[in-house]
Design a binder for this molecule. Structure first.
Ligand code: FEO
Length: 401
């Protein structure tokens, strides 16, 4: 056990684990450059409740932490806010110790847990608005389908003004600290933004509706304890307000330039396009997609108004890393963005048209004709690239008005 259980509210203990070494998540769709945590919470009242578990390989660490507080056989309820293995993986081992425990979750959770573990646990389906009394505390449930799986649910403790929303408001961030006021705020927000962009972005309409529903419930809130990363206690509304902005696809007048180059010609074009943008006063982030981490690039795109994509032509198409990147971006369904494309070619071209095809499918507004260059850019091409950047900067300024 690397860290002891921590009492985060009176009678409410963090019993999760820190995974310092995990570097990929959801298969290989997310790069966890700062590791992650699997947060589980134990409430000790007249009834004893475990809220979520941890990833299976860490089951013994969770059990050690629980044993430091109570005998696991005394646990009355286990709340499964979410089926996914990083939170339910330790459940089979926990259930072997918690003989009398009833598992609570949504109907989809019951189905999902069965299809993962084929165990016949004592399961009680709960719905939004239902509560259980623990003694001095109560827990109420808020179904949150598609935030981010159909089974997802939030658990709320009114007496402690504590929301435990599982994946929502989380970050993949391993730290020796547990709270937002004990970590670097810019690092925390960077991880929260990356998490939203890569996992939750396509679910923005659902997220916005759920936040509005919760706001209408007018619940008191002074702590949000998610299932990954840092607990929000300094100002839980900071992350709620950030989610509202992200879900509304609010942007800043910034441009993310993403390109892939074969022999350096497309990169030369990129450098002059960037110069045109910068000279026009636009803030720019630049990534060679074959070199940079996709999770980081997507994180940077969440708040940017404009995207410019470049690729050399290969087999009448864009280069393969760019093709994979745009396919991933399409699945994130970004809204309210403008873009254009560029690239070098030898004879037939084709990359620009293929990139534009995917971007149209993604619903991103192509506001400027593509820019091409045969083989290496000459002086005139270089000048056209600079002008292309300046012209796009004008589109950004116009979009912000
Ligand atoms: Fe959807 Fe952290 O699992």
């Amino acid at each position: 056990m690397d860290q002891k259980p921590l009492e985060i509210k009176k009678g409410v203990y963090w019993v999760g684990v820190v995974d310092w070494n995990v570097r990929t998540f959801h298969g290989h769709t997310y790069t966890t450059s700062r590791g992650s945590t699997y947060n589980a919470y134990l409430i000790v009242d007249e009834k004893i409740v475990l809220i979520d578990t941890v990833f299976g390989p860490f089951a013994s660490e969770l059990i050690t932490k629980i044993k430091a507080i109570v005998d696991p056989s005394k646990i009355d309820y286990i709340i499964a806010n979410h089926v996914e293995t990083d939170h339910s993986g330790a459940l089979p081992e926990i259930m072997r110790l918690c003989r009398k425990a009833k598992v609570l979750g949504t109907a989809k959770c019951k189905e999902g847990l069965y299809r993962n573990y084929y165990c016949d646990w004592d399961f009680q389906i709960v719905k939004s608005g239902e509560t259980i009394r623990l003694g001095t505390k109560t827990l109420s449930f808020i179904e949150a389908p598609m935030i981010h799986w159909p089974d997802s649910m939030f658990t709320y403790c009114p007496e402690e003004k504590l929301l435990m929303p599982n994946d929502a408001f989380g970050q993949h961030y391993a730290s020796s600290s547990r709270f937002d006021d004990t970590v670097e705020e810019c690092v925390l927000m960077d991880e929260a933004r990356k998490y939203y962009a890569n996992i939750l972005w396509p679910l923005s309409p659902v997220i916005l509706r759920k936040i509005q529903d919760i706001q209408k419930m007018n619940i008191a809130l002074d702590m949000i304890a998610p299932s990954h990363g840092i607990i929000w206690r300094k100002d839980p509304f900071k992350i709620i307000n950030s989610y509202v902005r992200w879900a509304q696809n609010e942007t800043k007048p910034e441009v993310v330039v993403v390109y892939e180059t074969m022999w350096g010609a497309t990169e030369k074009m990129a450098r002059r396009i960037i110069a045109g943008l910068i000279d026009a006063g636009i803030r720019v982030s630049v990534y060679d997609v074959a070199v940079h981490d996709r999770t980081e690039i997507i994180g940077a795109m969440l708040e940017a108004q404009g995207f410019i994509f470049g690729s050399s032509t290969h087999d009448n198409d864009m280069l393969p890393v760019m093709a994979g990147f745009l396919d991933f971006l399409k699945g994130l369904k970004p809204k309210n963005r403008i873009c254009s494309v560029f690239g070098s070619y030898g004879w037939g071209g084709g990359a620009a048209a293929e990139m534009e095809k995917v971007l149209k499918e993604a619903g991103i507004d192509i506001v400027q004709p593509s820019l091409g260059c045969k083989y290496m850019p000459d002086e005139e091409d270089i000048s056209r690239c600079y002008g292309f950047g300046k012209e796009f900067a004008g589109k950004i300024s116009a979009a912000g008005k």
